[in-house]
Design a protein around this ligand. Sequence first.
Ligand SMILES: NC(=O)c1ccc[n+]([C@@H]2O[C@H](COP(=O)([O-])OP(=O)(O)OC[C@H]3O[C@@H](n4cnc5c(N)ncnc54)[C@H](OP(=O)(O)O)[C@@H]3O)[C@@H](O)[C@H]2O)c1
Length: 263
Amino acid sequence: MDLGLKDKSVIVLASSKGLGKATAHQFAAEGARVFLASRDEDALEKTAAEIRDGTGNPSVAYSVCDIKNVDSIKQLVDQAVSEHGLIDVLINNAGGPPAGTFDEVDDDAWQHAFELNLLSFVRAIREVLPYMREQGRGHILNFASSSIKQPIDGLILSNTFRAGITGLAKSLSQELAGDNILINTIGPGRIGTDRVDHLDSVQSDKLGIPIEEVKEEAERKIPIGRYGEPEELARIAVFLCSLANSYVTGQSLLVDGGMVKAL
Ligand SMILES: NC(=O)c1ccc[n+]([C@@H]2O[C@H](COP(=O)([O-])OP(=O)(O)OC[C@H]3O[C@@H](n4cnc5c(N)ncnc54)[C@H](OP(=O)(O)O)[C@@H]3O)[C@@H](O)[C@H]2O)c1
């Protein structure tokens, strides 16, 4: 199947490592022109070089961007448009919010998570919409969490703002369908990245057990029996944002090896 992504212009937020990086790599492998963004310039430069070398696609650019900062997002989109002329795909992604229960997080933590994990997506969508509307097409994909179907103990900030993302996406799917702009949300379960290592180490400290035991216990709850690989999520993300998807919008899809049992 031809995914129709050759020379398409793709922005992937929060893409110096982890799920964002794997997704950018997969788009580049399909011949898309990819624009990376995160805060660490050295990491971005290294990631861009790795993707170019790994895919043979030279069209991988980046912008240093703190997605909590509205001007930084505007600058990123301006730069992507001046490099590529248009925007076909926006992948909304962010670092994870701090772990904690209700009693453990204060107003500063709530505000931080709101700006990082919800407002940043709103702002990025606002910036790309004029270009997508002008073209009469576009794909937007949000990375959230399996918590959109089943809250995760000890992650109250994630549970709250990821649910907000699905409400935003469902509303926008109605408002943007007439412009031929499709918007969907992916919920990763446990995909092996630094974020999951970090959460496992928080749990290991809390329970006073080795991190390997935390991981084994988590893997026992996944019917497929292991953590996912970032590439396994990236392939689904790329498909949803390809020309092969012309009719799925407003949906939330878990990539979780069967972990969540909710219907
Ligand atoms: N991996 C999983 O299984 C899983 C499960 C559920 C949910 N998620 C969620 O999916 C998202 C991505 O997860 P991941 O595992 O790929 O995380 P990760 O490996 O920790 O990578 C996070 C990325 O976000 C960037 N970032 C963080 N804060 C940023 C900011 N203010 N502005 C711009 N970029 C920023 C980081 O780069 P810099 O530090 O260079 O800025 C990095 O590239 C997170 O929100 C995570 O909570 C992941």
